[in-house]
Design a protein around this ligand. Structure first.
Ligand code: ADP
Ligand code: ASP
Ligand code: MG
Length: 605
């Protein structure tokens, strides 16, 4: 007999009829000879309604009371589903997070799961009952019963965590779309279903705006090897399988918090080419990367950020052997990229560093934990290592540093994170999975981000560390982090700009904490732009294929849309554009990679 955890989202239990339909599906699963634990969300838009009620009373309601309020939504649906099952002659019992013993951290409204008691669930299952568990909620300890919630969309995480704790045979996420699609069908009507996706890719997509799965649910599935599928509540179609590599055995205690970093990687075969002071207008990145791709030059990290006088810097790394050719391409383009018609005015300039290395930390446990990146930067600063480029993804932070600093950097990082190091050559991971893997698996849009730029940050080891420690201490997660390539002398001190994105909800707070510290650190102003959108493509197959980034930049440029920031990791490329251009850019990129199909996905209300 198999044990299956099924999770039904808000729309799937949005009406009495839908709850009855869910009960029938659960019953069929039991009749096929399985034990079933069901996790449900609040009905329809209940949680949004509760948030609105709270905001009508207070502009800053206490987090504890928010949890008290929001957790009620799920309590309604577990009782109703349990009744529907009983009505269908299927013995069932509903349990809240507290009754199960889902123990979380004490951080209200965004608690991480620490452990799950399985005895009570097991007892009910042994009696032939279906156990219906409230998603999204837990308690902060088994003694004081403080109710916590896991963050919006957190029922997915409850379900996968239960599957891990119960060592279930599968976790099935039932929702209002046929599975995981190449983009959000509400924004891109010709998005297509993917039969499968790797957990690494899904982790990126989920964190880059594809809310079909809560990223932490994917993280748990990846860490514990949970068999995970996403399917439609309305059909029997197989949906999408989220495929994870065989994981190392892990304890179930500290479920969501144990060991954030799995390993330290390094690559000493890196050279950097930077183009400084190029004009901030559509099509520049497209042109540069198209030329590079035509020369068959594969770029690794790419970063771009906007600066004073509306000019951009773009920097990228290539393997050392390609450096001369990449430099030649950049140098050939540079003269055509004058920022003003005045020939004496600042002109694009090419800067090359042939002796670079890349060090990175990786691990799914870094998601939503801003302190981990800060700790990496602090460690490197203490070792006297200056960071030339920083690139972040949900599960990896990479820093380009001087090659001569590499050994010191690795030793310090391995020591701090208590892990071992291994060389990471471009695309080793993807190579194993090619040639079937598509270059780009899917695209996503995040419209909840804001961009902050700090001007004139003194260029010495430790500045990035101090900035990000400060934000981490205020539980502000930083997403894209981009240090400018260009230096500027301010009062005799070399400075660089640092730009990054945070969620819009955190933007004002981030600005305030930074402003309070700035004078001591000698940085310039802090500029905030909330009207941005981030478009991303994700795919493990992109590393080994030159021209992917170029194609994305071209697709955006062809729409006349300007790219404000670029950041890449091994398996994603993200571009920040103006908010009003977001959907358009997403559709253009989706089309450019041939992700669109003929089937139109029905999207229910
Ligand atoms: P549930 O209530 O079942 O948890 P959600 O609303 O949280 O449902 O997630 C499902 C929604 O996610 C879909 O209706 C769709 O609009 C959105 N979505 C965003 N990106 C994707 C994607 N790549 N694939 C499928 N759905 C997506
Ligand atoms: N009901 C919660 C929310 O709307 C949790 C969930 O649906 O996953 O965010
Ligand atoms: Mg959801």
């Amino acid at each position: 007999m198999a044990l299956i955890v099924q999770k039904y989202g808000g729309t799937s239990v949005g009406t009495v009829e839908r709850i009855k339909a869910v009960a029938q599906r659960v019953r069929r699963t039991v009749q096929a000879g399985n034990s079933v634990v069901v996790v449900v969300s609040a009905m329809g838009k209940t949680t949004d309604g509760l948030v609105k009620l709270a905001n009508d009373i207070s502009s800053s309601p206490s987090r504890r009371e928010m949890d008290m309020l929001l957790s009620t939504g799920e309590q309604v649906s577990i009782a109703l589903l349990s009744m529907a099952l009983q009505e269908a002659a299927q013995p069932a019992v509903s349990l809240t997070g507290a009754q199960v013993g889902i123990v979380t951290e004490a951080t209200h409204t965004r608690a991480r799961i620490l452990s799950i008691e399985t005895d009570r669930i097991q007892r009910h299952l042994n009696r032939g009952e279906v156990v219906v568990v409230a998603g999204f909620q837990g308690i902060s300890s088994l003694t004081d019963f403080e109710i916590t919630t896991l963050g919006r969309g957190g029922s997915d995480t409850s379900a996968v965590a239960l599957a891990a704790a119960l060592k279930a045979d599968a976790c099935e996420i039932y929702t209002d779309v046929p599975g995981i699609l190449t983009a959000d069908p509400r924004l891109v009507p010709d998005a297509q279903l993917m039969p499968e996706i790797t957990s690494d890719e899904m982790l990126e997509l989920a964190s880059l705006g594809a809310k079909v799965l809560h990223p932490r649910a994917v993280e748990i599935a990846r860490n514990y090897g949970v068999t995970l599928v996403v399917r439609s509540s309305w059909t029997d179609d197989p949906g999408t399988r989220v495929v994870s590599p065989q994981p190392q055995p892990r304890p179930l205690v500290g479920l969501e918090i144990a060991h954030p970093v799995d390993g330290v990687g390094f690559d000493t075969d890196q050279a950097k080419v930077a183009l400084l002071r190029i004009p901030d207008r559509p099509g520049i990145a497209a042109r540069l990367f198209r030329e590079l791709a035509q020369q068959d030059l594969n770029v690794d990290l790419v970063i771009q950020s906007i600066h004073e006088e509306n000019t951009n810097d773009i920097a990228f790394t290539v393997v050392k052997e390609s450096c001369n050719r990449a430099e030649a391409v950049a140098a050939a383009i540079a003269p055509a990229l004058r920022t003003t018609p005045d020939p004496r005015a600042s002109e694009a300039e090419v800067v090359v560093d042939r002796h670079m290395a890349k060090v990175s930390i990786s691990g799914a446990g870094m998601i939503g934990r801003p302190g981990v990146a800060a700790q990496m930067f602090e460690t490197l600063a203490k070792a006297g290592v200056n960071l030339e480029m920083i690139s972040t993804s949900e599960v990896q932070v990479s820093c380009a540093i001087a090659e001569s600093d590499c050994d010191r950097a690795i030793a310090a990082l391995c020591d701090v994170f208590a892990v071992t190091s291994s060389p990471t050559h471009l695309g080793t991971r993807a190579q194993a999975q090619l040639p079937d893997t598509p270059s780009v698996r899917g695209a996503a849009l995040d419209r909840q981000q804001a961009r902050l730029a700090i001007r004139h940050v003194p260029d010495r080891p430790g500045m990035a560390a101090r900035l990000f420690r400060l934000l981490a201490d205020h539980i502000i997660s930083v997403d894209m982090i981009i240090q400018s390539q260009r230096c500027r002398l301010v009062d005799g001190i070399t400075t660089r700009d640092i730009a990054f994105t945070v969620s819009q909800a955190d933007a004002a707070a981030a600005r305030e904490v930074l402003l309070a510290e700035m004078p001591q650190w000698g940085c310039g102003e802090v500029v905030v732009d909330e009207a941005i959108a981030k478009v991303s493509i994700v795919g493990i197959g992109m590393v080994l294929r030159p021209g992917i980034a170029a194609r994305m930049f071209e697709a955006i440029a062809q729409q006349g849309i300007n790219i404000q920031m670029i950041a890449t990791s091994e398996i994603k490329v993200s571009c920040v554009v103006a908010q009003e251009d977001g959907v358009h850019a997403l559709q253009a990129v989706h089309e450019a990679f041939g992700l669109a199909g003929d089937t139109r996905i029905e999207v229910s209300a």
